[in-house]
Design a protein around this ligand. Structure first.
Ligand code: TYM
Length: 325
């Protein structure tokens, strides 16, 4: 089984990226041949400062490794180190209907929010399809926000195969876990940099505390039973705590007449903060070490790109033969 996924290097990674995607990357690297990459070409749509883009690329690489992606086991690489990507992006684009791109959620959402989109944003799903199709990928672990991109990828791969009369591309499947398909942000919407509602994996202790303390709650008094639906704090506790720790918190959450000190939202936020540190502090320390040796990160990424290009070569040869390049 060949597994592929990517994360944009467009800003700080948050716990939505971890629980929605990266945790699954780590599990899946044990089950097949995994390719994971830093989508630094996609990130150019939002990061328009070369120095910053370079730093964010390395930060994203360090985050992958710190969180458990093993560069010996998986191919970990930068999208921009694989020149076959822009080549396939072009070839694939010649069979992509404009209407598909006009109807893509990500593009329509940006339009609705008043952005005036550039070509890069419009064409973003084609580049993502090229990322996926280039390696004969079987499985793509992602959060639900990427589902439509996978559907488009299959549509275009099928169309290309029919057009060129053969099995040029393998049709990939998304892997989306129901429990972690949409991690809520501090305000209850999907956690996203764009909505400024994240809890950042590698923020300073102070920043993380501030973020956790600002998770939206309602005005239920501390001693009263709390509602569980549509409550980001409750959902985040369920994700971050072990099953047995969560059972204790859950009982308190639902109890009426509890001790205000241990049953108020403040206490639950403290529990979330402790779970965050318990889960991520080892990765946070490792991240700092990795960022202190950027030459080593560069070396790992270069080796990862070589592995990725070896997988890309036969697919690109089929594409060139099929279209007559
Ligand atoms: P990106 O960088 O926005 O997000 C990386 C991964 O994190 C998941 N994710 C979430 N999952 C659940 N709840 C959330 N709140 C949440 N926020 C983020 C995303 O679903 C994603 O899996 N277009 C992609 C990057 C990409 C890619 C690819 C992915 C480029 N080429 C090829 C897979 C295959 C993106 O912007 O993800």
């Amino acid at each position: 089984m060949r597994i592929l996924s990517g994360v944009q290097s467009s800003g700080k990674l948050h716990i939505g990226n971890y629980y929605g995607a990266i945790r699954e990357f780590v599990r899946l690297q044990e089950e097949g041949e995994a390719l994971y990459f830093i989508a630094n070409l996609h990130a150019l749509n939002s990061v328009r400062d070369g120095k910053l883009a370079r730093r964010l690329t390395l930060e994203t690489a360090a985050a992958f490794i710190a969180l458990g992606v093993d560069p010996q086991r998986a191919a970990l690489f930068r999208q921009s180190d694989v020149p076959e990507i822009p080549e396939l992006n072009w070839v694939l684009g010649t069979v992509v209907p404009m209407a598909d791109l006009e109807n893509a959620h990500s593009y329509k959402d940006k339009l609705a929010r008043g952005a005036s989109p550039d070509f890069g944003l419009f064409a973003y799903p084609v580049l993502m399809a090229a990322d996926i199709l280039l390696y004969d990928t079987d499985v793509v672990p992602v959060g639900r926000d990427q589902k439509q991109h996978l559907e488009l990828t299959r549509d275009w791969a099928g169309k290309f195969n029919r057009q060129y009369g053969g099995q040029v591309f393998k049709l990939p499947k998304e892997r989306i876990r129901d429990e972690t398909a949409v991690i809520p942000g501090r305000d209850g919407q999907k956690m996203s940099k764009t909505y400024n509602n994240t809890i950042d994996l590698f923020g300073t202790d102070k920043e993380v505390e501030k973020q956790v303390k600002s998770v939206l709650t309602d005005s239920t008094p501390p001693e009263a039973a709390k509602p569980v639906d549509q409550q980001p704090l409750y959902a985040l506790l369920k994700l971050a705590l072990s099953e047995s720790d969560f059972a204790v918190i859950d009982a308190r959450w639902r109890a009426a007449g509890g001790e205000p000190k241990s049953h108020g939202y403040g206490a639950f936020k403290q529990a979330l903060l402790e779970a965050f540190h318990g889960t991520f502090d080892p990765a946070r320390a490792r991240y700092a070490e990795l960022m202190a040796d950027q030459a080593e990160l560069e070396r790992l990424l270069t080796a990862g790109a070589q592995k990725a290009r070896a997988h890309a070569a036969p697919v690109m040869a089929r594409v060139r033969l099929a279209v007559g390049l």
